[in-house]
Design a binder for this molecule. Structure first.
Ligand SMILES: Cc1ncc(COP(=O)(O)O)c(C=O)c1O
Length: 295
């Protein structure tokens, strides 16, 4: 029999079909909230401190009063309740629901709102699945989102619309471009392998801040594992000569774009750099899982 999914809602663990949120919640009405997508391997919640730090920054900027310090233990509790050790976890903190009598659509939120805290988790492949980069097609699309790409806001309609534009152009992934520079994809950061000035190829990824993008936790891990990666702006024209393009994200891990705008990239298969970085990432995950098991 299918096990009922248990979710976290405001400090309680309960079956998903019993979890209730008001239709006046500002997350529903305004997309007024912050989220995080996390990954657990063998019960180890990957780099949860990085996710908590990013969430804290977003909540602070948005003025939502919730402390993500407990993200680790709360995630472990949810995994355990669902009997999962290899999983994807989604945490969403909205500004909350106005009290009865308070205005529902006030742009300036009523004072003393209590945030709504919600999470679910789903099974995901274990570390053994990290043996081969995924592959997909892509299309370049204009990045028409807001300028606060570093804030992981739940209002994702612009990302959805960009993905739909890419889909109509025949690309499974959108490679977004702002002012002629590559920014990111809809739920991933972008890396490219480009011919360097000295005849050597260079691995590059755009800087957070110069272009409005999310500081991906997977990107951060890969930058630590591969100091040869250069953080610099990528002009969209440079992608014409790319040997490899790949996308990185918590659930995606490493996904090679093997065709972009109908043009084959490199050999049309995941390239050696994507494989090498994925290999290092898999070793990193294995080492942390082993350490967590030994504790
Ligand atoms: C727009 C965007 N960029 C990049 C990422 C990758 O970030 P991370 O590696 O932390 O999952 C995400 C993840 O959801 C995202 O939504």
């Amino acid at each position: 029999m299918l096990r009922p999914m248990l979710v976290h809602l405001n400090g309680r663990i309960l079956p998903a079909d019993e979890a209730r949120v008001s239709v006046f919640d500002r997350g529903f009405i305004f997309g007024d909230g912050i989220y995080e997508g996390l990954r657990a391997f063998g019960g180890w919640v990957r780099n949860v401190e990085d996710h908590a730090a990013r969430m804290r920054q977003g909540l602070d900027e948005a003025g939502i009063d919730w402390e993500p310090d407990a993200l680790g233990p709360l995630s472990e509790q949810l995994l355990e309740a669902n009997g999962l050790s290899d999983a994807f976890l989604y945490w969403q903190i909205t500004r909350g629901t106005p009290a009865p009598g308070d205005p529902v659509r006030a742009r300036i939120p009523p004072r003393s709102m209590r945030p709504t805290v919600f999470a679910y988790c789903l099974p995901a492949p274990g570390v053994e699945a990290l043996d081969e980069p995924m592959a997909s097609t892509g299309a370049t699309v204009p990045d028409e989102r807001w300028q606060k790409g570093h804030v992981k806001a739940i209002s994702l309609i612009a990302n959805v619309m960009a993905a739909m534009v890419a889909d109509r152009a025949g690309g499974e992934e959108a490679v977004m471009v702002r002012d002629g520079r590559v920014s990111e994809s809809c739920a991933t950061n972008v890396f490219a392998v480009l011919p360097g000035a000295d005849g050597q190829s260079e691995i590059v990824t755009p800087p957070v801040g110069e272009v409005s993008i999310l500081s991906g936790v997977t990107r951060k891990i890969l930058l630590e594992l591969a100091p040869e990666v250069r953080v610099r702006s990528i002009s969209v024209n440079e992608l014409d000569h790319a040997d490899e393009i790949f996308l990185t994200g918590t659930l995606t891990t490493v996904k090679s774009v093997i065709r972009l705008d109908g043009r084959t990239i490199g050999t049309g298969t995941p390239g050696p750099v994507a494989r090498r970085l994925l290999g290092r990432y898999a070793d990193y995950v294995r080492a942390h899982v082993a350490e967590a098991c030994g504790r």
